[in-house]
Design a protein around this ligand. Structure first.
Ligand SMILES: [Zn+2]
Length: 458
C-alpha cells in the first residue's frame, strides 16, 4: 500500500531556484512536488513550519565513524544519532581509524556488517588507497564505495599508510579508468620535517608543547601548498577527479583558483573549525582544538571565507574525528602528543550559520555548502541534497534566529569533548526527516534506526 501524501510548508523553503514560501509534498519517502504555499490538497496531512527554515537534510561527506575496531572512539549508533540531532541525513564514512580499514573488499564487508541495523541516518562509504592495494580498487568500486581516500603524510594510524607520488600516479590512472575519484589529505611530509628540525635547532626542542603556536609551526602552510601543487599536476596528467579534503592554507588558494579556471576536475572542501576559530585565540593546553592541518591565523580564516564565497572552495564538511578523552591528553595539554581530530558532526549547521550570516551569506549559500555539494561529491546528488521532485524526502526544519549555548551534555557523539563547548550559536534544529519519516524532533529520536547503507549512485 503506498502511503498517502503529506505536506510540509514554510515561508522559507530553500529550493534550487532560491528561498521562497512553498509547500513540499511527500509520498512514500520521496518529494513528489514542490508547489505554491497555498496548494495543499484537501484532506492531506499538513505540517506548518511557519517562519522556520525548510531545507534539504545536510550531507556530511567527511565523517570518521571508527567502527569496527575502534568503536570506543566512535560508532555507527552514536555518530548517526548525533547526525540526526544536527540535521544531517546522510554521512559518508571515512576508510580509516576502523580496524580493518576500508582498503579491501573484506574491509568493506566488515564495515557493512558492523553498520547494519544501527544507523539513524543514511550512510555511504569511502574506500581507501594505500601502498599495494591497487588490485583491490575495482572490487571496492563494484561493491559500491562512492570514491577513494588517500593520505600524502602519516595518517595517524599504522594500518592506513600514506602514499608517495609513485604510488599516487597509478592509483589515479586506475580511478580515472573506473570513473571514480580520489579524495586526498593534502599535506606532504617534507615541510613538516623541516619545520620540526628548524624548531629543534632554534630552541633545542620543538618548543613548549602546551603552546598552540608550537603545534602550528610544526604543520606549516607549505606542507599543504606543496601537496596541492602535486595534486594539480597529477590531476592534469591523469585526468582523474581529485578532491582536496579539509583544506586550511590560504596560500594555496591562488593555485586552486587557476586550476579550476583551467577546467581541471578538482574540488575542495574546508571545515567549520577553519572558518570559525583563529590560532591567536586558542588557549595553551586546549588540545580539543588540535587537528591536521591545523587551525591557522585569523587572516588565513578570512581568506578561506572569501574563497568559499567565490566558489574556489566548494563545500564545508565536519571531518568529525573523535577519540577517547585520554588520547586528547587534555590534562597535560600536550599539543604535539595529543590525537588530532575535532568532533563537530552535530554542530555543523549552527556553527556555519552563525559565521555565514554574520558575513552576509544567505540560506542558499549554506544549503549549497552543507547539502548539495557534499551530495554531488559522493555521487548521491540524484536523491540527496536538494528539495526537488524525485529527491528523497530528507528534510530539516530549523529556527534560524534562535540561539543556544553549546553544552557537552547536549552532544550525542560518543565523546563530548569539543572546542565548541560554551560557544553561543545561532540556529536550532527542530525536526529531521529521513525519507519522509521524523527521525529527530527537539531532543527526541525515533526508536528504530531508519538509516540505510547506500551504494554509489544512491
Ligand atoms: Zn578526516
Amino acid at each position: 500500500m503506498p502511503s498517502p501524501d503529506f505536506v510540509i510548508r514554510s515561508r522559507r523553503v530553500v529550493t534550487p531556484e532560491g528561498c521562497r514560501p512553498a509547500a513540499v509534498r511527500v509520498r512514500d519517502g520521496m518529494i513528489v512536488a514542490v508547489t505554491a504555499f497555498d496548494e495543499v490538497p484537501r484532506g492531506c496531512a499538513l505540517r506548518e513550519a511557519g517562519e522556520s527554515v525548510l531545507m534539504p537534510g545536510l550531507v556530511d561527506s567527511h565523517v570518521h565513524v571508527n567502527e569496527p575496531g575502534r568503536t570506543d572512539w566512535e560508532g555507527f549508533e552514536t555518530a548517526t544519532r548525533a547526525a540526526a540531532a544536527g540535521g544531517v541525513t546522510t554521512i559518508v564514512d571515512m576508510p580509516l581509524n576502523s580496524i580493518p580499514p576500508t582498503t579491501t573488499l573484506g574491509g568493506l564487508r566488515a564495515k557493512l556488517a558492523a553498520a547494519g541495523g544501527k544507523c539513524h541516518v543514511d550512510v555511504a562509504f569511502w574506500g581507501g588507497v594505500v601502498p599495494g592495494n591497487l588490485p583491490e580498487l575495482p572490487a571496492l568500486f563494484e561493491a559500491g564505495v562512492v570514491g577513494f581516500k588517500c593520505f600524502l603524510i602519516h595518517s595517524g594510524v599504522e594500518e592506513f599508510p600514506h602514499v608517495t607520488e609513485d604510488e599516487l600516479r597509478p592509483a589515479l590512472q586506475e580511478l580515472a579508468r573506473l570513473g571514480s575519484l580520489l579524495i586526498v589529505h593534502a599535506e606532504v611530509p617534507g615541510p613538516v620535517e623541516r619545520a620540526l628540525a628548524e624548531g629543534a635547532a632554534a630552541t633545542g626542542g620543538a618548543g613548549d608543547p602546551r603552546r598552540y603556536e608550537s603545534f602550528l609551526r610544526s604543520r606549516p602552510r607549505a606542507a599543504e601548498d606543496e601537496a596541492v601543487r602535486l595534486l594539480i599536476r597529477l590531476c592534469r596528467e591523469t585526468g582523474a577527479r581529485v578532491h582536496v579534503v579539509h583544506h586550511s592554507s590560504s596560500d594555496s588558494l591562488a593555485a586552486l583558483r587557476e586550476a579550476r579556471a583551467e577546467g581541471l576536475p578538482l574540488t575542495v572542501e574546508t571545515c567549520p573549525h577553519y572558518l570559525s576559530f583563529a590560532a591567536e585565540e586558542i588557549p595553551d593546553g586546549a588540545t580539543e582544538f588540535k587537528c591536521c592541518p591545523p587551525i591557522r591565523e585569523r587572516e588565513n580564516r578570512e581568506k578561506l571565507w572569501a574563497a568559499l564565497g567565490d566558489g574556489v572552495i566548494d563545500m564545508v564538511v565536519s571531518d568529525h574525528s573523535p577519540c577517547p578523552p585520554d588520547l586528547k591528553r587534555r590534562e597535560e595539554g600536550d599539543f604535539l602528543k595529543a590525537w588530532g581530530g575535532i568532533s563537530s558532526l552535530q554542530l555543523r549547521l549552527p556553527v556555519m550559520w552563525t559565521e555565514a550570516s554574520a558575513r552576509g551569506h544567505s540560506l542558499e549559500h549554506l544549503t549549497r555548502w552543507l547539502s548539495r555539494e557534499p551530495a554531488r561529491l559522493a555521487g548521491l546528488d540524484k536523491k540527496k541534497g536538494s528539495i526537488a521532485e524525485g529527491f528523497d524526502a530528507d528534510l530539516i526544519i530549523w529556527n534560524a534566529e534562535e540561539t543556544f549555548r553549546v553544552e557537552s551534555s547536549m552532544l550525542r557523539h560518543r565523546h563530548r569533548l569539543t572546542p565548541y563547548e560554551g560557544r553561543n550559536l545561532r540556529g536550532v534544529v527542530e525536526a529531521t526527516y529521513l525519507r519522509g519519516e521524523v527521525i529527530y524532533e527537539r531532543g527526541n529520536f525515533s526508536e528504530e534506526p531508519k538509516g540505510m547503507l547506500l551504494k554509489r549512485g544512491g
